[in-house]
Design a protein around this ligand. Structure first.
Ligand code: SF4
Length: 84
């Protein structure tokens, strides 16, 4: 939500397009919120967000994909612990 207008933002205000390139950067990368540091947490979340890093095998074997994701993100966030 914009603190100025109270309306839902379409994009994060810290997302900046690099001049003359088709690339974007986070303007506060080293101080970004934990939600950003920990993303993505689950394969389900990646599917919902249509993450381009998903591979076809991740959809066939989502539990294995989750274990792989947890290993990849081990240094960035606490592991996802599914509810019983
Ligand atoms: S990492 Fe987080 S703070 Fe940075 S641009 Fe993306 S959504 Fe915004």
């Amino acid at each position: 939500m914009s603190p100025d207008t109270g309306k839902k933002l379409e994009l994060c205000p810290w997302l900046k397009k690099l001049p003359n390139q088709n690339k974007y950067i986070c303007d506060i990368y080293h101080d970004r919120p934990d939600d950003c540091k920990y993303y993505p947490v689950t394969i389900e979340q990646m599917i919902k967000d249509e993450c381009e890093m998903l591979e076809a095998q991740d959809l066939v074997k989502p539990k294995l994909a989750q274990k792989t994701l947890d290993k990849l993100m081990a240094d960035s966030r606490p592991p996802f612990e599914p509810e019983d």
